[in-house]
Design a protein around this ligand. Structure first.
Ligand code: ADP
Ligand code: G6P
Length: 472
């Protein structure tokens, strides 16, 4: 078994088995913030990525991608149902996102979660060199730090949660709350998107495990576990370069022409997820059309909503409801050749996404709750001419970093309608000033800065940074 000095552990691999039959595979541009964030970082770094390749049955052997080895962990159909669709995406995901859908608790799911976390920990222990750095990602694998420390006390273990970490009132619902907290505390450093999440975590470990905790550190026996906020980001320069490419600019002109050269293009790009506020946004748009504040001929809405977690009932119900509503709105307000909403469910490559961002006069990012929301950051990075208005939910992690966006409470329908109109009518000088400030922030705080700050905290000022390319 080949071993690495840097191991990333995440439920999902950046490629899946469907793209690698003959070794000619590419990084999967699959929708999802975790892969989008880690891809530009690891491309230039010798490392191993331990993860699931997307199917069931025996683990496929995947070729290296750039300098990264793919080490696949198999999931059986029971694991898929009870770990991925069950505990991860029907218990933790809704619970961590303000319980906007009801979290479900089943003992069988918890057993699968433990079993799969154990398998990931064992796979990681096999591929990590002595003294290696292991970086465990996200809510699917919260037990891995603890399990791994038992197997390999020599490793330096980091954990990063890409989603929100909920307040104690919500987390306390979890039947196995103590075990989950203990699992995370196997890490040397636990990173969250926001300071509030680190605060929630500190309160919980004090209350549930009776450990001494501040918002920066937790005492666990003779160890100190550091905690803190490390807001994840994007490869800002790469997105800006892509958006500035002549072929992308030409594609953007073509897209705008195909949309009928309207005065205003509003764009939303989401995974089809109930946390993203798609239904609330459609309702607001529909009411603006009905009241005549927005006219189909002048304004078009492009909604990209790529299906996600399709076998989970709540996601199926959402998709049905969104598609019914889009059909209703187009039936009621569209004209021949002029739909009110252009609705697309396909995955797009990065260049096509960049072209879409370029044509969006208003980007509507209105999740009910979101750990960060990288789409908002990608949009800003792509606005190379400093134009464009970002309408951003207060409940996205990105709102803390981008206060110059038009911030909105997506639960407040009247407020949402009003902010959308304000964004459509914004003064160009004001738009440019806001966009410039947001772009400057993202140039300073890109994914490489994120990795630098996380890894130097994990290392406490040592030499870990040599493990990873953090300069782009
Ligand atoms: P989440 O992680 O919840 O999906 P984010 O906004 O943080 O939300 O990340 C979504 C990522 O998925 C972004 O990098 C975005 O570009 C990408 N993405 C979203 N929709 C598509 C699509 N239709 N095709 C390709 N990539 C997409
Ligand atoms: C979010 C999660 C990631 C996940 C992604 C896509 O970004 O934080 O861990 O990979 O959504 O979801 P999926 O279920 O397709 O992996």
């Amino acid at each position: 078994m080949r071993q690495s000095s840097l191991v990333v552990v995440a439920n999902r691999l950046p490629i899946d088995d469907s793209v690698a039959p003959d070794g000619a595979c590419e990084w999967r541009s699959s929708p999802g913030g975790l892969v989008s964030a880690l891809h530009p970082l690891l491309r230039h770094t010798p490392a191993t990525w331990v993860g699931w390749a997307g199917g069931t049955g025996p683990a496929p052997a995947l070729p290296d991608v750039d300098r990264v080895r793919m080490h696949t962990v198999p999931l059986s159909s029971e694991d898929l149902r009870d770990h991925y669709e069950g505990f991860a995406n029907s218990t933790l995901w809704p619970l961590y996102h303000d319980a906007v859908e009801q979290p479900e608790y089943h003992r069988r799911w918890w057993e699968a979660y433990q079993r799969v976390n154990q398998r990931f920990a064992e796979a990681t222990a096999e591929v990590a060199e002595r003294g290696a750095v292991v970086w465990v990602q996200d809510y699917h694998l919260q037990l891995v730090p603890g399990l791994l420390r038992e197997l390999r006390p020599d490793l330096r273990i980091g954990f990063f949660l890409h989603v929100p970490f909920p307040p104690p009132e919500l987390f306390m619902q979890l039947p196995r709350r103590a075990e989950l907290l203990r699992g995370m505390l196997g890490a040397d450093l636990i990173g969250f998107q926001r300071a509030q999440a680190a605060h929630n975590f500190a309160q919980l470990v004090a209350k549930v495990l009776d450990l001494p905790a501040t918002d920066r550190r937790v005492g666990v026996g003779d160890r100190v576990v550091r905690i803190g906020a490390f807001p994840v980001s994007i490869d800002t320069a790469e997105m800006a370069a892509l958006a500035g490419r002549p072929d992308v600019a030409a594609r953007a002109r073509r897209l705008r022409h195909d949309l009928g050269d309207p005065d205003h293009v509003i764009l939303s790009v989401d995974r089809m997820d109930y946390t993203k506020g798609i239904e609330q946004r459609l309702k607001a748009y529909s009411e603006l059309l009905a009241s005549g504040h927005v006219k189909v001929r002048d304004t078009v809405l492009v909604q990209v909503a790529v299906p996600s977690r399709e076998r989970v009932t709540q996601y199926q119900i959402l998709r049905d409801r969104v598609e019914r509503e889009v059909g209703r709105i187009n039936g009621e307000f569209g004209r021949v050749g002029e739909p009110a909403i252009h609705y697309l469910t396909q995955p797009f490559d990065r260049a096509e996404l960049a072209a879409l961002y370029r044509i969006a006069d208003v980007m509507a990012v209105t999740p009910l709750r979101d750990g960060m929301n990288l789409v908002a950051k990608e949009y800003v990075a792509a606005r190379v001419d400093d134009t464009g208005t970002l309408l951003l939910s207060e409940f996205a992690g990105a709102a803390a970093e981008l206060p110059q966006a038009y911030l909105v409470n997506p639960h407040d329908l009247e407020g949402l309608k009003q902010k959308l109109l304000t964004a459509l009518q914004a003064d160009p000088a004001d738009v440019t000033a806001r966009m410039r400030a947001m772009r400057e922030h993202l140039h300073r705080n890109d994914i490489h800065a994120w990795a630098r700050s996380y890894l130097s905290a994990l290392d406490d000022g040592g030499s870990l940074l040599n493990h990873i390319s953090t300069t782009g």
